[in-house]
Ligand binder design. Structure first.
Ligand code: CP
Ligand code: NVA
Length: 317
């Protein structure tokens, strides 16, 4: 008997290691199927709200396209145009949306908002980025790494820069998939302590290794992937810009020299949007090692697999 309990994706800890691998396999199959031009109407008639409190290019568009390919319909709800912007609570908004739509994909300023949304709905809630986590991004990144290296187990990802929401989700995704991850951040910019704790718990189970350091050169040693994200995430006040640039540049900027310590076939990854001359130089992101466009594309295939997973619309769910 299938469980009646709803499935949310608020952080990667909401899914088992096996479910993560199944989402990835499904995404790979859906990608092939799309390329072969076969129809993909696996979620006919599903109406999905996209509640966005922050700007987005990739996440919004990939979800909208994914939903349409699957035969459903998306309603884009910019926060500022809802009564939320005039003080209606998130809990009340959640209870109302729950009566209209089949699922909610939400990008929020505070992670707490997502938890409240999930607690006040019977329909699935998917995290489309919060200040703390970005699980859909990290799942898409695993698909890209898997395609590139043919495996995930034993692959080493080195994350250099700010301990952002993306870094937190990569810590969870890599350790669930049996990958090694080393994170190099300046003191004071380390990843979320709860994400680090969960990563160590996952690693103890899957046999991967986790290193948190302030030394980019040691972090990238023998890495298959060098990954970075902006130094000015959306929730960071503009007033911090000058201090952050002083703290990060040039030591934590991804430059060609960093690849000398990595594996010869190492690739560069970035969740995007990128800021050339800040977290990465143009020569790297626009160079032959960069796989950032494949990463962006894979968001589409993975969003479909995530939606089918929360709707239990897959044979194994
Ligand atoms: N990487 C990512 O989530 O991009 P958007 O902010 O454009 O959605
Ligand atoms: N860390 C970035 C990710 C953007 C996709 C931010 O939160 O702005």
């Amino acid at each position: 008997m299938e469980s009646e309990e709803k499935r949310d994706l608020i952080t990667l800890q909401d899914i088992t290691d096996e479910e993560l691998m199944r989402i990835l396999s499904l995404a790979a199959k859906l990608k092939e199927e799309l390329r072969a031009g076969r129809p993909q109407r696996y979620l006919p008639g599903k109406i999905i709200a996209l509640l966005f409190q922050r700007p987005s290019t990739r996440t919004r568009v990939s979800f909208e396209v994914a939903i349409r390919h699957l035969g459903g319909d998306a309603i884009f709800l910019p926060w500022q145009q809802l009564q939320l912007s005039r003080g209606e609570t998130i809990a009340d908004t959640a209870r109302v949306l729950d009566r209209y739509v089949d699922a909610i994909v939400a990008r929020v300023a505070s992670h707490r908002t997502l938890i409240e949304l999930a607690e006040n709905t019977r329909v699935p809630v998917i995290n489309a980025l919060s200040d703390r986590f970005h699980p859909c991004q990290a799942i898409g990144d695993l698909l890209t790494i898997w395609e590139r290296f043919g495996t995930l187990k034993g692959i080493k990802l080195a994350y250099v820069g700010d301990g952002t929401n993306v870094c937190n989700s990569l810590l969870l995704a890599c350790t669930k998939a049996g990958m090694d991850i080393s994170v190099a951040c300046p003191t004071g910019y380390e990843p979320d302590p709860e994400a680090v704790k969960w990563a160590f718990d996952n690693a103890a189970r899957t046999g991967s290794t986790v290193i948190i350091t302030d030394d980019p050169l040691s972090a990238v040693k023998d890495a298959h992937v060098i990954y970075t994200d902006t130094f000015m995430s959306m929730h960071i006040p503009e007033a911090e810009r000058e201090k952050r640039m002083r703290d990060f540049v040039p030591r934590y900027q991804v430059r060609p020299e960093l690849f000398e310590a990595a594996r010869p076939d190492a690739v560069f990854m970035h969740c995007l949007p990128a800021h050339r001359g800040e977290e990465v130089v143009a020569e790297v992101i626009d160079g032959p090692r960069s796989i950032v466009w494949d990463q962006a594309e894979n968001r589409l295939h993975v969003q479909k697999a995530i939606l089918m997973f929360v709707f239990k619309a897959v044979p194994w769910a």
